[in-house]
Design a protein around this ligand. Sequence first.
Ligand SMILES: NC(=O)c1ccc[n+]([C@@H]2O[C@H](COP(=O)([O-])OP(=O)(O)OC[C@H]3O[C@@H](n4cnc5c(N)ncnc54)[C@H](O)[C@@H]3O)[C@@H](O)[C@H]2O)c1
Length: 305
Amino acid sequence: MNICVTGGAGFIGSHLVDRLIHDGHTVLVIDNLSSGNKEFVNPKAQFIEMDIRDSNLSSIICEFKPEYIFHEAAQTEVSVSMNNPKLDCDVNLMGLINVLNAAVTCGVKKLLMPSSAAIYGDLDTLPLDESMVGIPTSCYGLTKLTTEHYLRIYHEAFGLNYICYRYSNVYGPRQGNGGEGGVISTFAKAIANGLPITVYGDGDQTRDFIYVDDVVEANILGLENNVTGIYNISTNIASSINSIINEFKCISNSKIDVSYACERIGDIRHSRLDNKKAQQDFSFKTTFNLRDGLYKTYEYFKANK
Ligand SMILES: NC(=O)c1ccc[n+]([C@@H]2O[C@H](COP(=O)([O-])OP(=O)(O)OC[C@H]3O[C@@H](n4cnc5c(N)ncnc54)[C@H](O)[C@@H]3O)[C@@H](O)[C@H]2O)c1
C-alpha cells in the first residue's frame, strides 16, 4: 500500500517507516527536519523535505495517492510550548489542519496520529483512562487535546476515519533529548559517554515508559483493524527515575555519577496510563520489558557516541 508518514525523520516516525517498509509498503516521508534527522529516514522510502504548514502539502500528498497517512510531525517539547505558544499552536494546530484537509482531499482510508498523556495534566487518579476529562497544564497538552477534537469533528463532518493514540513516555534508539520521554535518552547518552547525570527532584517520581517498537506495533494494529477513536498506548506500569538509574547501573556495568537538583516547576509527580481499551479493541499488548528496552537504548547510544 502507499502510505504517507509526516515526521518520518523523527524518533517515532523513523521507526514506524522502517516497519512499514519491512512489511512491504511504499512510503512517502514528509519532514522539515526541524528536530528530525535525514539519516534516520529509511533509504527505501521517498523523502520530501517540507513543512506540514506548506500550502502545497495537499497536492504533494495527493500526487502520491496514499491509502493511509500517519501524522507524527509535531512540535514536541513542553518547554517550547510554554516559551513560544504561538509556534506550538502554529505547528500542532495549523499544521494539523493542513494535514487533515489533505487527508480529506485525497480520500485516505484513515489518518493515524498521536495525542499524548500530556492531555491529562495533573489528574491524580491513576491509572488514567480514556474516559477521564483531561485538564492540560501545558500549551503542548492543550494543542494535543485540541487535536483530538479536530479529529472527531473531521470524522463527523467530513467522514475522515482516524485513530488517535495517547502515548505515554516513549523511549528507544534515535530519541533526541528534547521531546517527552527524553529522560531515558538523556541518561543513556550521558552514561554511554561516562558523563554525570542530573535528576530533578528526589527520583521517586514515576512514569509509564513504553519502548518505541511497542508504539510502532500499536500503529500497525490501528492500520489493520477497523477501529476509530482515541486510545491510550502505554505499559500501565509505573517506573521511578531511581529505578531507571539502577537498571542502567546493571546494564552499563558502571558507577553512575548522579546528582539531585530541585524539582522543575510544572513536572507531574506520577503518571500511568490504562491500556485496557486498546487491549480489548485491537489486541494491543507490549512485548518489551523495561530492562530489554533500556538495554537496546543504551547499546544504541554506546554505538553512536
Ligand atoms: N516521544 C514521546 O514520548 C511522545 C509521547 C507522546 C506523544 N508523542 C508524539 O509523537 C510524535 C512524534 O514524536 P517524536 O518523539 O518522534 O518527536 P521527534 O521530534 O523526534 O519527531 C517529530 C518530527 O516531526 C518533524 N517536524 C516537526 N515540525 C514539523 C513541521 N512543521 N513540518 C514537518 N515536519 C516537522 C521533525 O523534524 C521530526 O522529524 C509527536 O506528535 C509527539 O507529540 C511523543
